[in-house]
Design a protein around this ligand. Structure first.
Ligand code: GDP
Ligand code: MN
Length: 387
């Protein structure tokens, strides 16, 4: 789960990493009202998942409520784009933060180094820009430290890192505390990445996290059930949202560019099915994994979703019954077809495993005759889609 900046900063505050004073606002009126009652210089920061908001025009400044209102109007609803995110992302809310006078910008992150099987701390004095850019142009400016998870992280190692990365002296005193908080967050919340870019040294000598990028491992979310609410930021695209809407997982449905709609149970069988279609000379229009133990209702909704894709010229349903029962799948197919609200396309079914006989009988009663093997089904679907 990726967090928005304002969420990441909420976690920063929990572990004692200083962040600028601020408030999360979801409407222009909220921005105006906030600045009216809190005169000063404020930064308006677009809350989106993508990085590089500054360059994409997603960070604005305002010295009074009138300017804040104008900038907020320009930002909320705007689609931010940059080279990494050509499709762009719509701004739905803003983080209003006290503008800090920057003396120096550093970069610090902790990520998992899979090769080393350890968390790695990355630090550079060249903050505020893409760390990839720094790595490409000035690799020596980047310092790394691999944490032994059995031993943990000591303040002297943080001091050593600050020196190695040539952080300006103003950072040195606060840096161990920032890193300590960052590593505590990394462990306690099961993060895959925690990044502060820039970590700012202000002109008054404070060290403060001006930006926050946090990615949590979904498998660690049980540790902090209170964060479940943040999941509603959920599906990143329409297809994921469509899958969630019928009760499946976000990644159970994917659109592709061929002509055959595919429903299978399990991602592995789904990929095998797409390979079989490819071998038979066709290609999948989409792929929906109904998961294990699907009931008739879910099969019916899945069928409706997949056939709603106008690219679909033929359907191939490939079920290997285990926990999933053939009779439930067959009922779902029949219900979907009899419901009348599905687009009619030629259908090929392969049904094997648990309750196969019962499933076949249900299909036969509705005038359908499943094929015997996956390859046969793929060939048949390709043929039907080509007509
Ligand atoms: P990103 O572009 O998505 O990484 O967003 P950041 O939060 O890192 O902001 C981008 C840039 O905006 C920073 O590198 C700063 O140069 C600038 N910026 C953000 N907040 C402040 C602030 O409080 N004061 C000043 N002077 N600049 C800021
Ligand atoms: Mn940043």
């Amino acid at each position: 789960m990726k967090l928005m900046e304002h969420q990441g900063k909420e976690l920063f505050r929990r572990v004692g990493i200083p962040t600028p004073r601020g408030v999360h606002a979801a409407s222009v009126a909220n921005v105006t009202a906030f600045i009216e009652s809190n005169p000063g210089s404020w930064v308006l920061k677009s809350q989106v998942m993508m990085g590089g908001r500054g360059k994409a025009g997603g960070i604005k400044f305002a010295d009074d409520a009138k300017a804040g209102e104008a900038e907020a109007r320009g930002l909320i609803g705007k689609v931010l784009k940059n080279a990494q995110n050509p499709d762009g992302e719509e701004v739905k809310s803003l983080l209003i933060e006290e503008k800090v006078a920057i003396a120096s910008e550093a970069y610090v992150s902790i990520a998992i180094d899979r090769a080393a099987k350890k968390p790695v701390v990355i630090v550079t004095a060249q903050g505020g820009m893409d760390v990839e850019e720094v790595a490409a142009h000035d690799p020596d400016a980047i310092s790394k430290y691999w944490i032994d998870p059995a031993i943990g992280f000591q303040p002297f190692e943080a001091r050593r890192l600050a020196f190695a990365a040539k952080l300006p002296a103003g950072f040195h005193k606060a840096f161990p505390k920032v890193l300590d908080g960052l590593y505590a967050l990394f462990l306690d919340y099961g993060a895959q990445l925690v990044e502060i870019n820039p970590l700012v040294l202000t002109q008054s000598g404070d060290v403060i996290a001006s930006d926050a990028k946090v990615e949590l491992d979904d498998n660690a979310l049980y540790k902090h059930p209170e964060l479940q609410a943040w999941r509603s930021d959920g599906p990143a695209d329409e297809d994921q949202a469509a899958a969630v809407a019928i009760g499946l997982g976000m990644s159970n449905y994917a659109k592709l560019d061929g002509t055959i709609g595919v429903i299978a149970n399990g991602a592995g069988l789904g990929m095998g099915t797409m390979d079989a279609i490819r071998t038979a000379g066709g290609s999948a229009a989409n792929f929906l994994d109904i998961g294990g133990g699907a009931q008739a209702e879910l099969v019916k909704k899945s069928y409706q979703l997949v056939t709603s894709d106008p690219k679909v010229k033929a359907m191939f349903i490939n079920i290997f019954g285990g926990i999933t029962r053939g009779d439930q799948v067959a009922h779902g197919i029949v219900q979907a077809l009899q419901g009348g609200d599905v687009r009619e396309v030629p259908l090929v079914v392969r049904l094997t495993g648990t309750n196969e006989k019962e499933g076949r009988a249900i299909l036969a009663a509705a005038g359908m005759h499943p094929v015997e093997t996956m390859d046969e089904g793929a060939r048949r679907a390709v043929e039907l889609a080509g007509r």
